[in-house]
Design a binder for this molecule. Structure first.
Ligand code: ADP
Ligand code: MG
Length: 245
């Protein structure tokens, strides 16, 4: 069984305690989100889970067959064009170059890029286009687990909905598991099966919410309704007060 398990994880930067006693597990096919205010340690936690940072205390076991990461900023290679950026991971894991390019082109079109964009370099792409490329680069790998760090934050509402719709379809088809980090409560409610609330200083999990309506059945009314309901919750109010500095 593919699974990500986080047990009693603590993390410090210098003398500052960033994360304290983090415990959760993510099973295959699930979308788990971690929601909390900026500076609360969300990115740090995701980097620990994705093995980008070394675990100092506690344990993280990841038995997913493969994973990919989409960051808040697109982080494209400036000297590679759109298609080469997307194909990067495929080629890096040894797939045939021609097939990699072909897969990259197919997914680029699916993500709303056009043939005109294929040989553009990142400097000639808009922010939204770059984010499309970044998503395509992660998903072309068909990862079994996808790590998402606030990937929609900088996007306009149209593109946000479009990229979310692609994920929701993949979730419905049981093609992917996702660990999703965000400070946006509504976004988390729209996409996750399980939502953990991370309170800051040091980051610790104070509450767990579960949503049992399938993601592809959640309309705006459901999301707004749930948000309103959850915003009555004492822990949510306390946690997000930190945002209102
Ligand atoms: N490499 C680092 N060295 C020192 N402090 C860091 C480092 N990375 C993050 N921090 C600090 O850790 C805290 C949590 O940061 P982060 O995990 O990025 O939070 P979030 O993603 O929730 O905004 C912040 O106070 C940040 O300044
Ligand atoms: Mg962050």
């Amino acid at each position: 069984m593919e699974r990500l398990e986080v047990k009693r994880v603590n993390h410090r930067f210098g003398f500052t305690e960033i994360l304290k006693n983090i415990n959760f597990s993510l099973n295959k096919g699930e979308v788990l989100s971690i929601v909390g205010p900026s500076g609360g340690g969300k990115t740090t936690l995701l980097h620990l889970c994705a093995n980008i940072l070394d675990v100092q205390e506690g344990n993280i076991t990841n038995t997913f067959a493969s994973s990919a990461f989409a960051f808040q900023e697109a982080r494209l290679l400036p000297w590679k064009n759109t298609i080469d950026n997307i194909a990067l991971g495929l080629i890096a894991r040894g797939e045939n170059r021609r097939q990699s390019i072909q897969k990259a082109q197919e997914i680029a079109l699916k993500f709303g890029l056009t043939e005109d964009d294929f040989d553009k370099f990142p400097k000639d792409l808009s922010g939204g286009m770059k984010q499309r490329v970044s998503f395509a680069r992660a998903l072309v790998l068909k990862p079994s687990l996808l790590f998402l760090d606030e990937p929609f934050s900088a996007l306009d509402i149209g593109l946000k909905k479009e990229l979310q719709a692609i994920l929701i379809k993949m979730i419905a088809n049981k093609e992917i598991s996702i660990l999703f980090i965000t400070h946006d409560l509504m976004e988390a409610i729209r996409l996750s099966d399980v939502m953990l609330l991370l309170k800051a200083d040091p980051g610790h999990i104070v509450k767990e919410f579960r949503f049992d309506v399938a993601q592809n059945k959640r309309d705006d009314r459901y999301v707004y309704g749930k948000s309103a309901e959850i915003l009555q919750d004492e822990e949510i109010i306390n946690t997000f007060e930190l945002e209102l500095k």
